[in-house]
Design a protein around this ligand. Sequence first.
Ligand code: SF4
Length: 192
Amino acid sequence: MKVLLHICCGVCASSVVERLMCEGYTVTGYFYGPNIHPHDEYDRRLDAARAVAREMRFDLIEGKYDRERWFEAVKGAENAPEGGKRCEICFRLRLEAAYRQMRKNMFDRFTTTLTVSPLKDAVLVNRLGREIGGDKFIIADFKKKEGCKRAVELSREMGLYRQDYCGCVYSQEEAIRSRERRSRENGNADRA
Ligand code: SF4
């Protein structure tokens, strides 16, 4: 069965592709990340997805970098906390694009790498996938059976770039604030 796999980054793609191939699917990747900020970060993640595709021998469709569309979609939800309304809109936008690609290229099914991350709500991702694509969407929680750990192992083996924030400008700002907080706390602990 031919499956179109929406790919958010190379690291997450690695263990999901491995699992889908083991289950007998023929995988084509679809890198689509209109959420990713800034542009050079987008390029790094796309390069990592290309490297995984080369290494694991699957075709990769490269989606458009629809930044304006993403910012338009999340308008009003910019300040929602990670995991809230903004993320739901972001998941939906990417899953809808994957569904359109699946139909355009006549794949049998589609799914996404999003559930590999321990920070992503698999129940929400799967609900949206089914709302958009019905039973064409493969329900999964790829973090289970050590999927996340396996992604880290494979990414080390392949020497892939590994990011430290989810992707959008708001998650990047939050990651910077967290780093600053930690460094202040460590500084205080050193002085104590
Ligand atoms: S935190 Fe991640 S999932 Fe949520 S809106 Fe930003 S990029 Fe999308």
